[in-house]
Structure formats: C-alpha cells, structure tokens
Design a protein around this ligand. Structure first.
Ligand SMILES: N[C@@H](CCC(=O)N[C@@H](CS)C(=O)NCC(=O)O)C(=O)O
Length: 217
C-alpha cells in the first residue's frame, strides 16, 4: 500500500485528472469524497485551506492544486517521459499546463458552467442549465481565443507536445472529454478536437469514465 489518499468527487474534473494520473502510474490509493456543498468539510480544509478539490495525502505530506499533484506524482515515480527533467523540455510542458489553467480552462468554463448549471461553491446542477443552442453560442464566441491557444500545441499533434503523452495531456483529458459530449461545434477549434479524441481514447481514461465521465443529474 502506497499510503496515498485522494480527496475527490466523481464529478470534479480536477480530481479526475489526479485519478487518471494515479491509475496510469499504477499506484494504489484510497479516495475520500468531498461533498460539493458550500461549507467544505473540516477534514478537507485541514488539508487544502482554500477548499478546492482535489487534495492528495502521501503519508503525512499534503498537497493540493491538481496540476501540482500531477507534477509531484510524475517526479515521485521518476516518470521523465510524462514530465521531463531537461529544463527546456519541461518548460514546454509547463507552458501548456499554464496556458490551460490561465486561458483555455476559463474559456471553456463559460459554456460548461451553463451546460451543467454550475454555481461556484454549490457545485453542479445548482441552477437550471441553459438550452443547448445557447450553450453552443457561448462556445462559438470563445473559438477565436481557443484557436490561438491551440497554436501553442504541437502541429499536427495529437498530443500537446514532445510527440507523446505528458502531464499536459492528462491535465486536459477530463474537460476535453466533456467537450466531446457537449452540445457544441468542436470543429470550430479543429486542433482541440484532435486533442480531445486522442486523450479520450487513452485506455486509463476509458477505464475511469464509468465511475465519473460526464456529469449527469
Ligand atoms: N485550481 C484548483 C481548482 C480546484 C477546484 O476548483 N475544484 C473544483 C472541482 S473541479 C471544486 O472544488 N468545485 C467545487 C465547487 O465549486 O463547489 C485545482 O486545479 O485543483
């Protein structure tokens, strides 16, 4: 037993990233489900003071922020293929990770939050979702920005960089999976469709989907 404990929620895309990484590394771990309610459970806030899901315990060592967890686990397991040690190769992965967190994820959250009725602090389906055509319009409005972001990725791909799977791909997998199943025209951002189809087909992701995948009421 590795002594790893993940604070998660099956619908949390950020927790799904961590689970995908743990599964891909073949690590055993326990999960503790954090309720999506406004008041975070004390046992969770004790680990992550800002309350976000996921958090990871490795024995006594506590860590939060999903991308930080991916970086930590890759280093812990010596997986330089997933997160290279060479400074320039590593920086390329970090560029995509940062771009995802700062630009791509927020741009996608605009339509996703309306599709799933997300209210920050209250979780999914806390309000009525918008009709599909309005969700599609929200995505279409972000397409120019998303196409600029996708130009940072390897051309033609399908992976983000280095011609192989890295943690930059694993970080994007759950939300790209949602995009494939959303009422949006993903062909407006062709490089994102290529990326989404490749990450969605990852065997460890396919194995994980039945327990989480796309949120549903
Ligand atoms: N930047 C954080 C974000 C964590 C975060 O916001 N997690 C979401 C789940 S995907 C959450 O806690 N949502 C609960 C809510 O908004 O009530 C990370 O990457 O771990």
């Amino acid at each position: 037993m590795s002594g790893l404990v993940l604070h998660d929620h099956p619908w949390s895309s950020n927790a799904q990233k961590a689970r995908l990484m743990l599964d891909l590394l073949g690590l055993e771990y326990e999960t503790r489900e954090v309720p999506f309610e406004a008041e975070r459970a004390e046992w969770h806030v004790a680990i992550n003071p800002v309350g976000g899901i996921p958090a990871l315990l490795d024995g006594e060592f506590a860590l939060a922020e999903s991308n930080t967890i991916l970086r930590y686990l890759a280093d812990r397991e010596g997986r330089d293929d997933l997160y290279p040690r060479d400074p320039q190769a590593r920086a390329r992965v970090d560029w995509v990770l940062d771009l995802w967190g700062i630009m791509v994820r927020p741009a996608l959250f605009g339509y996703e939050s309306q599709q799933y009725g997300i209210v920050p602090g209250l979780g999914l389906f806390a309000k009525d979702p918008l009709p599909p055509d309005e969700v599609a319009a929200l995505f279409a409005a972000q397409a120019p920005k998303l196409n600029r972001a996708m130009a940072v990725l390897d051309d033609p791909g399908p992976w983000a960089c280095h011609g192989r799977v890295t943690i930059a791909d694993l970080a994007a997998t759950p939300v790209l999976h949602r995009a494939l199943h959303a009422p949006i025209d993903l062909d407006l951002v062709p490089r994102m469709r290529v990326w989404a189809e490749a990450t969605n087909a990852l065997p460890h992701w396919q194995a994980l989907i039945p327990g989480c995948g796309v949120p549903d009421r």
